[in-house]
Ligand binder design. Structure first.
Ligand code: HEC
Length: 171
């Protein structure tokens, strides 16, 4: 074998070894559809140069009405402890004169879950949480201290529960 051939083979072997080894260490292998793992879209809550306020997560457009909130309450919440807003609230008209059969069924369900446990399925203030004083709730449903249910029921559902109660009281 010629000397130049031996040198050439030696160099070639070194080169292959060098490329082969370093390559295996540095490249983690082929990534199939990398866009699925590394989204091109901006991550939620990340900084964003596209919007003037620099935020990716934009609030709803002004005037947007949340589903179920199409009956907003236009009176300010009472922060001072006086009853002016209580009387203001009494002037609000109920958007539901009556409920159809499906609404009645759904509203009865809402009443029994959210109110009936204390106020009773018969609206007699004797639900399973009171049970003539044997229940776990310390107070009998009465007047003036009922808490807000704004976080449990939408404005629409609250109006419907009121309509449900009034229709039962009528009987
Ligand atoms: C955890 C028990 C409980 C639940 C649930 C409950 N209530 Fe009451 N509610 C009471 C009690 C106790 C009172 C009486 C408070 C008092 O005597 O000061 C009361 C009072 C009331 C009053 C009279 C309030 C006033 O200030 O005159 C109304 C109206 C009322 N509840 C409606 C509802 C409606 C509607 C729901 C369901 C959305 C509901 N309650 C759910 C316990 C409950």
């Amino acid at each position: 074998m010629k000397r130049s051939t031996i040198v050439f083979c030696g160099l070639a072997a070194l080169l292959i070894a060098a490329i082969g080894c370093s390559d295996v260490k540095r490249t983690p292998g082929k990534v199939y559809m990398p866009d699925m793992a590394n989204s091109r879209a901006y991550e939620t809550y990340s900084a964003n140069p596209v919007f003037a306020d620099g935020r990716t997560s934009q609030g709803p457009v002004a005037g947007t009405v949340k589903r179920g909130e199409e009956y907003p309450v236009h009176i300010e919440m009472d922060q001072t402890g006086d009853t002016a807003n209580y009387y203001a609230s009494r002037a609000l008209p109920n958007p539901f004169d009556s409920l159809d059969a499906d609404q009645m069924k759904e509203t009865e369900r809402l009443y029994l879950i959210n109110c009936g446990i204390c106020h009773g399925a018969k609206l007699d203030g004797n639900g399973p949480l009171w049970k003539d004083g044997d229940g776990p709730y310390p107070a009998k449903p009465g007047k003036n201290l009922m808490g807000s249910y704004a976080s449990q029921l939408t404005a629409k559902q609250r109006w419907q529960v009121i309509t449900y109660i009034k229709s039962k009281q009528g009987k």
